[in-house]
Ligand binder design. Structure first.
Ligand SMILES: [Zn+2]
Ligand SMILES: [Zn+2]
Length: 145
């Protein structure tokens, strides 16, 4: 089974992920743009039993547009987020794609919040595109960020 280690920029905080991710998505929402510091964010998800966090983390919570609470774990030293969970999909941990820089990763299969997408951005390949914001507490998985 493949093991990938996502790390923060300074390297002290790690998300050790066993097996292939259950979902890889690109999200164009404003919160993901702000979190990633980029025009959109890409993240991979695993069942929580397959993710081990090592190192010192701080936690921050926000309520997403969907009404779900999202809880982020980030490095207090360098500020990189290495893992987050959302209430809407319990038992699953998301790890920012960039934490795996330099490692082989599957491409995103979902592109969500496309109503927030910059015109010059296009997610290519076999991708399910969603433009509609989720407005319920239990959106379909296609609308999960
Ligand atoms: Zn760090
Ligand atoms: Zn998002």
């Amino acid at each position: 089974m493949v093991t990938r280690v996502g790390t923060c920029r300074c390297g002290q905080l790690k998300a050790i992920c066993e097996g292939e991710p259950v979902r890889v998505s690109a999200c164009h929402c404003h919160a993901c743009q702000q979190r990633s510091g980029s025009a959109f964010a890409t993240q991979a998800r695993w069942p929580e039993a397959q993710v081990r966090i090592e190192g010192e983390a701080k936690t921050w919570e926000r309520i997403a547009d969907s009404g779900h609470k999202a809880t982020y774990q980030f490095c207090p030293n360098c500020g990189s987020t290495v893992a987050y969970v959302i209430e809407g999909w319990p038992g699953v941990v998301a790890v920012p794609y960039g934490a795996f820089a330099g490692q082989d990763m599957p491409p995103p299969a979902f592109s969500v919040y496309e109503h927030r997408k910059h015109d010059w951005v296009e997610i290519l390949g076999e991708v399910a595109h969603s433009a509609t914001p989720s407005t319920t507490r239990n959106p379909g998985r296609n609308l999960l960020p």
